[in-house]
Design a protein around this ligand. Structure first.
Ligand code: SF4
Length: 289
């Protein structure tokens, strides 16, 4: 029994009634659909599709790993949505991310074309210079491990991100730190265990209370996975939708200053009630008449 209406009680053995989970997801989708095309954006983010392909055992070619690495670099230091809008044009700029093309194309030309598309960032010149050495590093990895897929699947995603992003690592990719490496991993269908910080805030005890805030990263990811499963949804899609709810250039609804008035999740959420109570308690008392 859930003791507080609208709150997710972790004491339910971390399961959620299918009906409630489906309703929650429906309200999340409905809220997002007011400002964005949910399926279009999920498809442009690409993680759901990448995870599905990996789950089906599809081998991800080196060109796709290069694409993920390049897009992750471009997405650092800037918002993602304009890049998502230009994926087709970027595909042409980078020659379908084929290694034979990337080995020979001049970094300066790439940077100019990326900037023309409005997809640049303050590091874009250094990032384009990094493509060739990073391709060589990935080719070295393929020689040693057989293929990039074997490498990215061999240990936990966080550990792979360290191997690719930590300065002293022999597999360090230029212009890629652990955070960008995590983005790269998601784009090749490897799921991080840790839900992102603002997904954790949305799901935390002060908002949707899907998490109690005391879980390890793995437990938090497990709870969100189970909610998605109960709702019959893809866990990656749930994670992406929660992220979009807060992201500035997507839903822009549940950020640091939540816009609860336009959110269908109000009945599931502690925040609007708490905010009303605070407002009532700080309102000046009416003068006696
Ligand atoms: S805090 Fe407000 S915007 Fe965020 S989920 Fe709750 S009701 Fe929606």
């Amino acid at each position: 029994m859930n003791p507080t209406p609208g709150l997710w009680d972790p004491g339910w053995g971390h399961t959620m009634e299918a009906e409630k989970a489906r309703a929650l997801l429906g309200r999340l989708r409905e809220t997002l659909a007011r400002s964005i095309g949910v399926d279009t954006e999920l498809s442009a983010i690409g993680q759901v599709d990448a995870c599905r392909r990996r789950a089906q055992g599809e081998l991800i070619p080196l060109a796709h790993h290069m694409r993920a690495m390049i897009l992750s670099m471009l997405g650092a230091h800037r918002s993602w949505r304009p890049i998502a809008r230009r994926l087709g044009q970027l595909e042409l700029v980078f020659g379908q991310y084929k290694p034979a093309y990337l080995e020979h194309i001049a970094p300066r030309q790439l940077a100019a074309e990326v900037e023309q598309l409005g997809c640049g960032n303050p590091r874009v010149h250094a990032q384009m210079e990094a493509i060739r050495p990073n391709l060589e590093t990935m080719q070295r990895i393929e020689q040693e491990f057989g293929c990039m897929d074997a490498f990215v699947e061999r240990v936990r995603p966080e550990a792979v991100a360290q191997l690719l992003g930590r300065p002293a690592s022999r597999w360090k990719l230029k212009e890629v730190g652990p955070a960008v490496a995590m983005e790269y991993l998601k784009l090749v269908g490897i799921r991080a265990v840790k839900p992102e910080a603002h997904v954790q805030r949305i799901c935390g005890p002060q908002r949707l209370a899907l998490l109690d805030g005391h879980e390890t990263d793995e437990q938090a990811a497990g709870k969100l996975r189970r909610i998605a499963k109960a709702a019959g949804a893809d866990p990656v899609a749930l994670d992406n939708m929660l992220w979009m709810l807060g992201a500035r250039d997507y839903g822009a609804i549940c950020g640091s200053h939540p816009r609860c008035d336009v959110c269908e999740l109000r009945s599931d959420c502690s925040f609007p009630r708490a905010r009303t109570l605070v407002q009532q308690s700080t309102r000046p008392a009416a003068l006696p008449t």
